[in-house]
Every structure is written in structure tokens, then in C-alpha cells.
Ligand binder design. Structure first.
Ligand code: MN
Length: 256
């Protein structure tokens, strides 16, 4: 049996970027598409645990799920696919997922879910997806996936790939950039006189960092950032060793 590759996204099963990614990886294995039945952008890593998930076959090796990107990966890897996939690829997202934004991204979360399930995983996103086609992004995705399938990835590590609008002038290995929040929340009043708020209204601002993913994409390069899912800060854990003694001393003094 050919190696199974799972392709998913957060823009929904009918998104053009999903087709582009499935097509790009077609030569590398038997591609199965399991994707949300509607757009699920910015849902983060949420899982649906309190209602049943329904799967609808919408084509050959192609399934729609009434859930989140992480639901799709979990469901596919742990049940739906005929074998364990050699790769989980999420995207091509319509819009970049750079820097701190990866924590909100449904696309990156799908790749995180694959990683947590022990499958080498990558997220692929394209800036300015409305104007440019996906051909350039698909080529970068195929090149990165080919290398990933040969080399593997360290434990708990995934790749976050971003492609600028149009054709990438090159590919750069990067680290995550950092978003700076300067804008305040927008507060307006609705037609019934009630206040409402709008977050994320202004254009994103980024800290200056030439080694970052955002800098690469701004220079017209594709970025490949390895992300690590062990979120423990071992340095802090070492430095904060004395917290344990003092917190326990306080806890003992508390009447129970
Ligand atoms: Mn999206």
C-alpha cells in the first residue's frame, strides 16, 4: 500500500488552497483529504468533545467533517484513514500564519495535532492569497514535504511554512517573529445604543527581527520555521526551584 498522506485545512473542504496542497503532495503518497465542512479560521487548537462528529464523503479519498481542523486530524489518524499517515499537511491557508499568530491559527493547530499524535506534520500558509495563485506555494510545499519525508523531524517538532504572495524568491529557515499590539480595542455603539468591541482591527505590527519569519515573507521569501511543542521553559523551571519551598511553607500555614 502506498504511504498515506493526510491533508487538511481550516478554510473548509471547498477552499482552493486545500486542492493546491493535495495536488502538490500527490506524487509523494496516497493523499487523503479530511477537512472541516466550513471555514474554521482562528479556531486555534479546539477539539469537539461535547457533540457527535459527522463525516461526509465528498469525493475519492475526500471527506468533510462538521468540526475543527484538530478534530479532522484526530479523527483521521485515529480512525478514518486506512493506515497511519507518514505526513500531516495543513493548508494551503488563505493568508499567512506568522510569528505569534500561530497560537490562534487553525491551520498550525492541525499540524500541532498531527505532531502530538506522533506524525511528522507541517502547516503551509500563503500571504495575499486573494490575488496570487497557489502554484508557487504548492511547489514550496512539495519541496519541503519531500525533504521532511526523507529526514523526519525531531520529537514534538512541526514545520510552519509561509509563502509570500506570488512566487517566492527563495526559501529561508527562520524563527517566529513577535507581534506588537499598539492598537487599542475599537469601541463603538450599536444601533440599539449598546457598546460593542472589535479586536484585531488594525494592521499587524511586528518587532524588528531580520531572522524572523515575518521578515523573510516581507522580503518575498518563503519561511520555514521549526516549532517545538514542549512548551516547558526549562531555564525558568531551574531558576524557580525555590518557589516550591516557599509556596509549600505558605500552604502549610493556611488553616484547612
Ligand atoms: Mn484559514
Amino acid at each position: 500500500m502506498a504511504a498515506v498522506i493526510l491533508v487538511t485545512n481550516d478554510d473548509g473542504v471547498h477552499a482552493a488552497g486545500l486542492d493546491a496542497l493535495a495536488g502538490a503532495l500527490d506524487e509523494l503518497g496516497e493523499v487523503y483529504v479530511v477537512a472541516p465542512d466550513r471555514e474554521q479560521s482562528a479556531v486555534g487548537h479546539s477539539l469537539t468533545l461535547h457533540r457527535p462528529l459527522r463525516v461526509t464523503q465528498v469525493g475519492e479519498r475526500r471527506f468533510a467533517v462538521n468540526g475543527t481542523p484538530s478534530d479532522c486530524v484526530n479523527l483521521a489518524v485515529l480512525g478514518l484513514l486506512p493506515g497511519r499517515p507518514v505526513l500531516v499537511a495543513a493548508g494551503i491557508n488563505h493568508g499567512s500564519n506568522l510569528g505569534d499568530d500561530v497560537t490562534y491559527s487553525g491551520t498550525v493547530s492541525a499540524a500541532m495535532e498531527g505532531t502530538l499524535l506522533g506524525v511528522p506534520s507541517m502547516a503551509v500558509s500563503q500571504a495575499d492569497a486573494g490575488t496570487a495563485g497557489f502554484e508557487g506555494a504548492a511547489l514550496v510545499a512539495r519541496l519541503v514535504a519531500s525533504r521532511l519525508l526523507v529526514e523526519g523531524l525531531p520529537a514534538k517538532t512541526l514545520l510552519n511554512v509561509n509563502i509570500p504572495g506570488g512566487t517566492a524568491g527563495g526559501i529561508r529557515m527562520t524563527r517566529l517573529g513577535h507581534r506588537v499590539y499598539r492598537d487599542k480595542v475599537v469601541q463603538e455603539v450599536d444601533p440599539r445604543g449598546q457598546p460593542y468591541y472589535w479586536i484585531g482591527a488594525g494592521p499587524p505590527e511586528w518587532a524588528e527581527d531580520e531572522a524572523s519569519d515575518i521578515a523573510a515573507v516581507q522580503r518575498g521569501l518563503a519561511s520555514v520555521t521549526p516549532l517545538h511543542l514542549d512548551l516547558t521553559h526549562y531555564g525558568a523551571l531551574g531558576r524557580m526551584g525555590d518557589w516550591e519551598g516557599s509556596l509549600n511553607a505558605l500552604l502549610k500555614k493556611w488553616p484547612r
